[in-house]
Design a protein around this ligand. Structure first.
Ligand SMILES: [Zn+2]
Ligand SMILES: [Zn+2]
Length: 446
């Protein structure tokens, strides 16, 4: 289908959006309206019903991301002899679609996991995949992802308890992803698994995970019966599936996580968005998207040319519905148990640095006789919170925005500006002084 001949020029003109901040913005700017117009008719059957409002909402918000004309924060150096300042636009927070917002969030997540969550004990990464025949169920009922996460945790906890001969409290972070190569629908789970757990006496029992073949078989059978129970699979078909020689299920555990660096890069990997801008090139003349990737067995090629609408269909299928969580924590890492770490000295001793810095040890009874502490030491000091934010912000921006690049003093947000007239004056001034925002077209001021 030739989309270029009916590029939606009329409908996009009405929208107050600059063009060309990045290629994805251009694609959405030129094709989102048309895509939404035909979604129900052409794409809903394959990509999911009742998704149009959600797609339109996230897509339109994405188009406003980084748009200076919708509002800016003014940030200025606190050094009175310097006065360096700059403006920063608001972001859309359209995670899983917006590459720039997703990148920030991914970095924050990785930082949080390594500094505040993962215990200083051996972990392993597992990737759970399932056969093609089962994948469409996950497209049409995304709550299934949560059930599979919970199933994986249950299997691991049961294995540890059986292996150790006593109950062990372990921890798992499970993240589901919906995409494979070139945006194809490929639901799978990434799990960061603590290799072992604490017994009742508070001793850590290391249980190296072995027997992957058997683990895969347990996962396979339990997942199939879960789908039967939910009446998604007929029993007969389930038996048939179980008789397949090549089950199509797999578990990969090749990555063992020892140091903080490997934990952090893995955390970034499992929270990454479906699309990296580096992989696409938009051909505006033909309305096509050229997608580069490593060689794909499926497409038998390492570049694929998408029609723009087809590209949007493939991309937007990965937008999760409202309130669907992508990352879940279990056992020691569940928020409920984590809130009690301070009262679990054996766990606290293995807690990551960031957590320990913000959780002062409780005064021991001998030093502090005579009264009961009122709380369990969970209160994080204001100072620790401030340090934590500074660290997080430094990770998020290439250049720490709170440190002046000219003099090294602290920088602060001094105003948030949303008045269109004021913003226009600011932008005109920036253009005149050669400080126009990247990708900003001065013609838009006229
Ligand atoms: Zn954004
Ligand atoms: Zn300065």
């Amino acid at each position: 289908m030739e989309t270029a001949t009916r590029a939606p020029a009329t409908s996009t003109k009405a929208r107050y959006v600059p063009r060309g901040r990045n290629q994805l913005h251009t694609i959405f700017d030129r094709h989102l309206d048309e895509f939404c117009d035909v979604y129900d008719e052409k794409y809903a059957a394959k990509y999911g019903m009742f998704r149009l409002d959600r797609i339109r909402d996230i897509g339109e918000r994405f188009l406003t991301c980084g748009d200076y004309r919708l509002g800016v924060a003014r940030i200025r150096c606190t050094n009175p002899n310097c006065g360096h300042d700059y403006f920063r636009p608001f972001s859309c927070k359209g995670f899983y679609l917006c590459p720039s917002c997703s990148q920030k969030r991914t970095l924050l997540f990785a930082e949080h996991l390594t500094n505040e969550v993962l215990l200083d004990l051996p972990h392993r990464q597992f990737v759970f995949t399932m056969p093609k025949a089962l994948r469409p169920f996950f497209r049409h009922d995304r709550r299934l992802f949560a059930e599979v996460s919970r199933l994986i945790y249950t299997i691991i906890a049961e294995f540890y308890t059986a292996a150790a001969g006593k109950p062990l409290l372990s921890g798992v972070i499970a993240a589901h992803q919906t995409f494979g190569d070139q945006l194809r629908w490929n639901p799978h789970h990434h799990c960061l698994v603590l290799e072992g757990g604490f017994d009742e006496a508070g001793r850590f029992i290391h249980v190296p995970l072995s027997g992957l073949g058997q683990m895969t078989e347990v996962f396979r059978r339990r997942l199939i019966w879960l789908l039967v129970e939910k009446e998604l699979l007929a029993e007969e078909f389930a038996r048939n599936l179980l008789s397949w020689k090549n089950s199509g299920f797999s578990i990969d555990n090749s990555v063992r996580l020892t140091d903080a660096k490997s934990k952090e890069s893995l955390a970034e990997y499992i929270a990454r968005p479906p699309l990296s801008l580096k992989k696409i090139r938009y051909e505006p003349f033909k309305g096509k998207v050229l997608f580069h990737t490593k060689y794909s067995d499926y497409f038998k090629e390492n570049v694929h040319l998408f029609d723009a609408l087809e590209f949007l269909a493939e991309l937007t299928q990965h937008i999760p519905p409202r309130r669907v969580q992508l990352i879940r924590r279990y056992g020691l890492y569940s928020s409920r148990t984590k809130g009690r770490w301070s009262r679990m000295p054996h766990v606290a001793a293995k807690a990551p640095e960031g957590w320990r810095a913000s959780h002062a040890p409780e005064p021991s009874a001998s030093e502090d006789p005579g009264f009961e502490p009122l709380d369990d030491g969970e209160e994080v000091t204001a100072d620790a919170r401030k340090r934590a934010w500074a660290r997080l912000l430094a990770k998020v921006y290439e250049i720490d925005p709170m440190v002046c690049p000219k003099c090294g003093w602290e920088m602060r947000v001094i105003a948030v500006i949303q008045d269109p007239v004021e913003i226009r004056d600011i932008l005109a001034h920036l253009v005149k002084t050669g400080r126009a925002p990247p990708g900003f077209d001065p013609a838009l001021l006229n």
